[in-house]
Design a protein around this ligand. Structure first.
Ligand code: G4P
Length: 535
């Protein structure tokens, strides 16, 4: 499939660059330490001099990944961006994901753009609800997962208990690559199982610098740590087979998960996570298109939009579309074609964006993320290509559970109102539903989490100068249906059919009982659960 315009030397270069890429996201329940770990990873890669400076969320207003006002006010991360850094001879692309469950749709889009996920587990809490939900999404996408047990510096569960929980609840077989020495709350270091050496960590001021590490043989470790070493090794010996090679196939197939221990706040065990990514995580590899055919990484440039974000730079009110490069070499200024519209445009403003930091990107390779500034026609899910047309699968939408009618507060600003709603829909901030009955002036906004509505209200007011009102609807459940269902359900209390902008018809119900009644009374009516796997 390689283009005649592409020289063999170029193809070889692209393949080599793809092999050097590790593109991943950290998934976790809020507060498990995702932002802290992100900083610690960046610190190790020497992107920033001091990690977080303080780890306290309240003080951490200027971390590399938090930037929007709402994020600052709430101390949560809403938007996603990519951090790129070199480590050893590898290029690491770390895609940021929002921690709050209300923005899980955003996280889902990011997971569509990565090749691997790091699942962060709080040692004191084990697998929490949001971790499980995100894990499910990874499973549906067959994403390989690396598990990191974090906060080992705090009292927590027993390592074997945690391993059992992972096996039972995720079905993944944990494959420990490091083992914590010292119980949770007394974190001395890790036994690096493959190297059979002890990495002994020492705290330094506030964990804002790379942990001082001393490497020791097991014998020296036993001498230095005494019972803590013996007890931990004994525990590990129950589950670790030092002779068995790492089962990469099971890891790539999403059946087994390499497991490591860390304290992100103290920077303990962070280097080992990076080494695992370099040594074992899958490189950028060919991606299937809508027909299921894979486009080789060395084929001419192609990629898809997984995130659109406006107002990233308050001063400039700009609009950035984030593209995951799937094949070929991206060169700034190159003319690309948008598959959906067939239109071509020059990619003059290409940037790497992480938090407030931006850098102009001149070239990018498979696995990389390019932020195209002011490419305002791009929508989430759009494919871009040069030379050989391709279309990547649409990123499916989540099942909404919250519904509110939006109305412009000021009738003279209806135009701004309409434009704003359309833009926010294209960015994937909210889903928009309409029906003839409700009319165009009062679209129904559908969200996975209620905080999405706050973002919409805020953005409509500040970015589009279109203040609006929201009215809650009683629905809590949506199913896919057909246009014919609208007439049937118009007579049913607690139900309504609306059309989503992607052409799907959604039947909304007050609750599960309202839906069950409809199922019973109209068994011929198609009501399909909205999965996240409708590709
Ligand atoms: P998130 O992005 O997953 O939501 O978590 P984040 O990094 O913001 O961390 C949540 C809290 O947990 C932060 O504390 C952070 O300092 C702390 N934390 C993260 N990793 C570790 C770790 O390895 N060990 C310990 N002991 N704490 C960790 P916070 O919200 O400011 O509360 P506080 O504990 O500082 O008072």
């Amino acid at each position: 499939m390689s283009s005649p315009a592409q020289s063999p030397a170029r193809a070889t270069e692209i393949t080599g660059q793809a092999e050097r890429r590790r593109t991943f996201a950290v998934i976790s329940h809020p507060d498990a330490g995702k932002s802290t770990l992100t900083e610690a990873l960046a610190l190790h890669a020497k992107v920033i001099g001091t990690a977080g400076a303080t780890n306290g969320k309240s003080n951490r207003k200027d971390t590399v990944s938090d930037w929007q006002q709402m994020e600052k006010d709430r101390g949560i991360s809403i938007s996603s961006a990519a951090l790129q850094f070199s480590y050893r001879d590898t290029v690491i692309n770390l895609l940021d994901t929002p921690g709050h469950a209300d923005f899980s749709e955003d996280t889902y889009r990011v997971l569509a753009a990565v090749d691997c996920a790091v699942m962060l587990v709080d040692a004191g809490k084990g697998l929490e609800t949001q971790t499980m939900k995100l894990f499910e999404v990874c499973r549906q996408r067959n994403l390989p997962i690396i598990t990191v047990i974090n906060k080992w510096d705090r009292p927590g569960l027993d390592p074997l208990e945690l391993m059992d929980e992972i096996t039972e609840r995720t079905g993944l077989t944990p494959m420990p690559l490091t083992w914590a020495i010292g119980i949770a709350g007394d974190f001395r270091g890790v036994w690096d199982i493959r190297r059979n050496e002890f990495a002994k960590f020492a705290r330094n001021s506030s964990g804002a610098q790379i942990a001082l590490t001393e490497y020791m043989t097991p014998e020296a470790a036993a001498e230095s740590e005494g019972d803590a070493w013996d007890d931990s090794i004994e525990e590990a010996s129950l589950v670790v087979d030092t002779d068995a090679p790492l089962d990469l196939e099971a890891f790539y197939a999403g059946k087994a998960t390499p497991l490591l221990f860390s304290s992100a706040a103290l920077n303990f065990g962070v280097k080992q996570i990076l080494d695992t990514l370099v040594d074992f995580a899958p490189p950028a590899s060919p991606r299937p298109d809508v027909s299921g055919e894979t486009r080789p990484v060395e084929a001419p440039f192609s990629g898809f939009v997984f995130k659109v974000q406006a107002g990233m730079n308050q001063a400039h009110r700009d609009h950035v579309a984030f593209i995951r490069v799937c094949s070929g070499m991206f060169e700034r200024g190159m003319v690309v074609t948008q598959t959906r519209t067939g239109k071509s445009f020059a990619t003059k403003y290409a940037q790497q964006v992480f938090g407030r930091d931006r850098e102009v990107i001149d070239t990018a390779f498979p696995g990389d993320v390019v932020g195209l500034v002011n490419a305002s026609t791009l929508r989430v899910g759009d494919t871009l290509f040069v030379e050989e047309p391709v279309e990547y699968p649409a990123i499916p939408l989540f099942a909404p559970e919250h519904f509110q009618v939006a109305r412009s507060k000021d009738p003279s600003k209806y135009k701004q109102f309409r434009r704003g709603i359309e833009q926010l829909e294209h960015e994937g901030v909210i889903q928009v539903l309409r029906s003839d009955l409700r009319g165009d002036q009062a679209p129904v906004l559908a969200a996975v989490g209620p905080m999405q509505f706050e973002v919409v209200e805020d953005r409509m007011h500040h970015d589009f100068n279109a203040p609006m009102r929201l009215e809650r609807l009683p629905y809590t459940l949506a199913r896919l249906t057909t246009p014919d269902a609208a007439a049937t359900l118009s007579t049913v209390h607690g139900a309504e059919v609306l059309e989503r902008s992607d052409g799907e018809f959604l039947a909304l119900f007050n609750d599960i009982w309202a839906m069950r009644r409809v199922e019973k009374n109209y068994p011929e009516l198609p009501l399909t659960e909205i999965g996240t796997k409708r590709e």
